[in-house]
Design a protein. Structure first.
Length: 210
């Protein structure tokens, strides 16, 4: 007489883990949809900023609300320079020359992009003075994953209208340079959740099948 096959137990722990993972993916998808609406509101504000009167560059240069606003500042002297890859006003590749300026005995100073060079080892002879242009984010080398979940305000800098002698002109303010990929990220998270649910459902069915 043949013995009956042993009854296979339902994997409670594994199902709970997979369920929590799927729930987290769905939550991240809805969070990205919320971020999409926030970014759309910011883009509308940035477009309005371009039409507002110029202001003095903020004493504490952080935040989001002033992007693309025209501003001016006075650089007592550049204390250091930083070089970043980028493009000039004509769209050609080059090296952005960013000066860190001193504004007085107190305060954090400010950063200003004074032009674009064709070589990485260019030595601007700028001594400081009055600068005007538009506000944008200073270069940030924070890892992508950390940047997505970070709530710390980003540093701002001024992009000068007129380049320093010997440098090429900076590009004009371009709203299309601000990405709004949150809808694509949301769809990806929802797809990940669906694929995980389907794969686990198939595996569970095979496990419990007599």
């Amino acid at each position: 007489m043949k013995s009956l096959p042993p009854t296979k137990r339902f994997p409670i722990v594994a199902t709970l883990v997979v369920g929590l993972a799927i729930a987290a993916m769905i939550a991240l998808g809805f969070w990205q949809l919320q971020r999409k609406h926030e970014k759309e509101a910011l883009l509308a504000q940035y477009a309005a900023n371009r039409t507002l009167p110029p202001i003095a560059f903020p004493r504490i240069p952080v935040g989001e609300s002033l992007l693309f606003r025209r501003a001016s500042a006075f650089c007592l002297e550049p204390v250091s320079y930083k070089v970043e890859g980028g493009r000039n006003a004509k769209g050609g590749a080059g090296w952005r020359q960013i000066a860190q300026c001193r504004t007085g005995a107190e305060g954090p100073g400010f950063a200003v992009q004074i032009g674009v060079s064709s070589t990485v080892d260019a030595k601007p002879g700028w001594k400081g003075g009055e600068v005007s242009g538009y506000i944008t984010h200073a270069p940030d080398h924070q890892p992508l994953i950390a940047a997505i979940f970070s709530h710390a305000p980003k540093m701002l800098m001024l992009v000068a209208d007129k380049p320093v002698a010997g440098l090429e002109a900076n590009p004009e303010a371009d709203l299309s340079a601000v990405p709004n990929n949150h809808l694509a990220y949301a769809v990806q998270w929802f797809l990940f959740a669906a694929v995980a649910a389907i794969i686990y459902g198939i595996a569970l069915r095979r496990r419990l099948k007599p």
